[in-house]
Design a protein around this ligand. Structure first.
Ligand code: GLY
Length: 577
């Protein structure tokens, strides 16, 4: 069957919204933004209204959730260049309408020339910034291979190229940038100048404003090569040569062979339960699924639902569960294809009960660094992006993808028009040395050629009484895992509406640094005082994560929610009749 993509609709993009928003917020963008939507036959929640619209158009053309996800991801690579990407990587967790589940790992991997101490000086100290910015910080990108794998195994369109066409059109013809994108581009201009030897469209403009048109001709050509040749249009030929030429302009080590050999990997999702819910999430090389299921397991033991939402004692319990899960993350988690990650032990209920059993309500625990040192509260960036989709048939897709920090390495591949990731910083450059998120790691996450760096991305799907119940995920670095936790607890233990559950103020603790991060203006001052009195160091953050979730309501209606923390998050549904 050949599907017709309504190009007129994609060109106009916002003219064919099929339903009225349930709520909307005022944002200084050229777009109408819906933070919530309800619909019967499909739902897309992504980080940008144009990308959401592309996904909806694909569903309207008869495509399934996987077709819509691929098209949305390519569109994000154009309209959300800070995190949407073809130069990065990510994860898919999916539940098909027959109840079967799968996970796809298209995480970046270390180049073949990478080695354990590559970011250390002659004294064995971490060279500041080397794993975070510039050419040497990039892992081998996985997104294009990942999108093709999803298409090949799960897609329903006749051709992969048709799913890239909307992104190609937007790159070629341009689109009006939002205020949030203008602000980001202006903020990072100095970095673009520092890490690029050639000029590009992001640098040429003196100052970006909302409504300015961004045309990306080189990116359009890169997308065209993928449309024409499939993954080989990225991993071989001109695009691969442009990437390797870019590597040669500085200290990059990625080779043509690295690119040609890249492969996405299908995996079995990690699974757990919480109060009758089945949690289906991302396994290694993500820490997200394991840490989430650990925290939920410990909190089930502590019977959180006997407390109120934002009760200091509920927060106290959450913080201690977070502390333990992140300690285990630092000590045991890495790419399981390279290191024996003890998954069964870490998820064992007796183990989790034992780990949390010494907790007593009202007491703040303490993190014992055990050789990890130099920890500082440094969370430079919370970028990454997530898309949640459910289609008319009930297929659910949860996809998180990233360049790591905003615009990744800040290196735009000259002639190819896309940013490369700085994912190498997600490795542990040295045991105990913190990464961008202030997180430490051990041998399990040490750098090795072709190994994948540990991630916190937590694309998740939840079943209730065996049926599809929720699809969710978020950007946010290490706070991804704890934010997903809190949305689940808010809806399950505190019976909150999904929108309230997402917008509600969050906290985050990651073992080291031993401090509780909380969101500015989103938590009651008495609560903060109570936590301080228990002995917690409280550290204010502008925001923690930007959750995109869909809930299947009891009447079968899909309820999509984007996060007010990202002005451009947009939920849109589709009713076929
Ligand atoms: N780069 C962020 C993550 O994968 O967790």
């Amino acid at each position: 069957m050949k599907y017709y993509i309504p190009l007129a609709c994609i060109a106009l993009l916002l003219s064919c919204a099929p339903e009225k928003p349930v709520t909307s917020i005022e944002t200084p963008t050229p777009y109408t933004i819906n933070k919530t939507a309800k619909a019967s036959d499909g739902m897309v929640v992504s980080a940008h209204p144009l990308a959401t619209q592309v996904g909806i158009d694909i569903l309207a053309s008869g495509g399934n959730a996987y077709d819509a996800m691929i098209a949305t991801q390519f569109a994000l690579a154009v309209v959300y260049p800070r995190a949407g990407n073809i130069g990065g990587g990510g994860f898919l967790v999916t539940r098909l309408n027959d109840g079967s589940t799968m996970a796809l790992d298209f995480r970046e991997k270390a180049p073949k020339l990478a080695y354990r101490d590559m970011y250390l000086d002659s004294l064995g100290e971490v060279i500041p910034g080397l794993s975070r910015n510039g050419h040497l910080s990039s892992g081998v990108p996985g997104t294009v291979a990942g999108m093709y794998e999803i298409y090949d195994r799960l897609g329903s369109f006749d051709s992969f190229a048709e799913l890239i066409e909307p992104a190609y059109q937007i790159a070629q013809n341009g689109f009006q940038i939002s205020q949030a994108e203008a602000d980001r581009l202006n903020t990072y201009k100095a970095d673009f100048l520092t890490y690029n030897t050639r000029s590009n469209q992001f640098i040429e403009k003196e100052q970006w404003h909302a409504g300015d048109t961004l045309i990306q001709e080189d990116l359009a050509e890169s997308l065209k090569r993928i449309m024409d040749q499939g993954p080989a249009g990225f991993y071989e030929g001109k695009t691969a040569e442009l990437i390797v030429a870019e590597m040669g302009r500085s200290n990059g080590i990625m080779s043509l062979e690295d690119l040609k050999d890249y492969q996405a990997k299908w995996k079995i999702p990690v699974k757990g339960s919480y109060k009758g819910l089945n949690i289906i999430s991302m396994p290694s090389p993500s820490s997200g699924g394991i840490a989430l299921i650990q925290m939920l397991g410990m909190l089930e033991y502590l019977k959180l639902d006997e407390l109120e939402h934002h009760d200091p004692l509920a927060m106290n319990a959450m913080i201690e569960a977070m502390r333990i899960a992140f300690e285990d993350r630092a000590n045991y988690l890495g790419d399981a294809d390279f290191y024996p990650v003890p998954v069964d032990r870490l998820l064992n209920r007796a183990y989790l009960d034992n780990r949390i059993s010494s907790f007593s309500f009202g007491d703040a625990g303490q993190s014992d660094p055990k050789g990890h040192s130099g920890i500082r509260i440094e969370m430079e960036s919370f970028e990454t992006t997530h898309t949640s989709i459910i289609d008319q048939e009930g297929h659910a897709a949860s996809l998180t993808t990233t360049l790591n920090s905003n615009y990744g390495s800040k290196v735009l591949v000259d002639g190819a028009g896309f940013f490369l990731n700085n994912e190498m910083d997600d490795f542990s450059a040295k045991p105990g040395a913190p990464n961008i998120y202030g997180m430490v790691g051990s041998e399990a996450n040490a750098i090795e050629a072709e190994k994948r760096m540990l991630s916190s991305m937590t694309p998740t799907i939840i079943e209730k009484e065996g049926e599809l119940y929720m699809v969710l995920g978020t950007p946010g670095g290490s706070a991804i895992i704890t934010s997903i936790l809190q949305v689940i607890l808010n809806t399950t233990d505190f019976n909150m509406d999904l929108n309230d559950a997402v917008q509600s103020g969050r906290i985050h603790h990651q073992w080291l640094p031993d401090a509780v991060m909380y969101e500015t203006g989103k938590l009651d001052t008495t609560l903060l005082k109570n936590l301080e009195e228990m002995g917690y160091e409280m550290v204010e953050k502008t925001s923690l994560a930007k959750v995109k979730a869909i809930q299947v309501l009891p009447d079968g209606v899909y309820y999509g929610v984007g996060d007010e923390r990202n002005p451009d998050d947009h939920a849109q549904g589709i009713n076929m009749n």
